[in-house]
Design a protein around this ligand. Structure first.
Ligand code: FAD
Length: 178
């Protein structure tokens, strides 16, 4: 007879904030810098690191970012109605730490502007978006953006898994894109 597997204790099934972080950290993601600007000058740019980014629709082209209500970025996106998403390349971990407030690397920060939105130089993908809807969701807000312009390159992405930055191992360096 096959033994019945032991059932987890109630505490092992409880979706506390810490356990949510640990469980959902097992969903591997890329890393983005979300940017917005109140004007058309670099002084008015604000950026932050985000991995709660997803593709929503191809036609119309929609994406979303989930931003903590307490993040400065949340009020800024609400105010400007626009944001950029730069999907980071494998070598851009220092930028990710910088825009998460965990390190200071101002010399690495270089912006390219598309459709009035600042984007990070050296990223694999640039999306310029206008906000079509913002949905409050617990301690975050989901900002759905219509992609007005996009640009992409081939290369190794920066990955985030179980709270750490990771590199993608590829067999064939020629097959980065599709
Ligand atoms: P601040 O903390 O004030 O700014 C962030 C940093 O960016 C500061 O160091 C600031 O100096 C720098 N900065 C801002 N603008 C510029 C500029 N124009 N030029 C140069 N530097 C600038 N939080 C979420 O809400 N959603 C997520 O999906 C998310 N994913 C994350 C993924 C990872 C891998 C990491 C490490 C963090 C993530 N965070 C996420 C946390 C978030 O990045 C931090 O809480 C961040 O500090 C919030 O930014 P803020 O808007 O409050 O601004």
């Amino acid at each position: 007879m096959t033994p019945t597997p032991a059932q987890p204790a109630a505490a092992e099934l409880d979706p506390t904030p810490l356990r949510m972080r640990k469980a959902l950290g097992r969903f591997a993601s890329g890393v983005t810098i979300v940017t917005t600007a109140e004007g058309d000058d670099e002084e008015s740019v604000h950026g932050m690191t985000a991995n709660a980014f997803t593709s929503v629709s191809l036609d119309p082209p929609l994406v979303l970012v989930s931003i903590a209500n307490r993040a400065r970025m949340n009020a800024k996106i609400t105010e400007t109605g626009r944001y950029g998403v730069s999907i980071l390349a494998g070598h851009q971990e220092p930028l990710s730490l910088h825009f998460a407030g965990a390190a200071t690397e101002p010399d690495l920060v270089r912006f390219t502007w598309r459709k009035g939105v600042p984007l990070l130089d050296g990223a694999l993908v640039h999306l310029s978006c206008s906000v079509t809807a913002s949905h409050p969701a617990g301690d975050h807000t989901l900002h759905v953006g219509q992609v007005e312009e996009l640009w992409f390159d081939d290369g190794r992405p920066l990955l985030f898994y179980t709270g750490s930055f990771r590199a993608l191992e590829l067999q064939d360096d020629e097959n980065w894109g599709f």
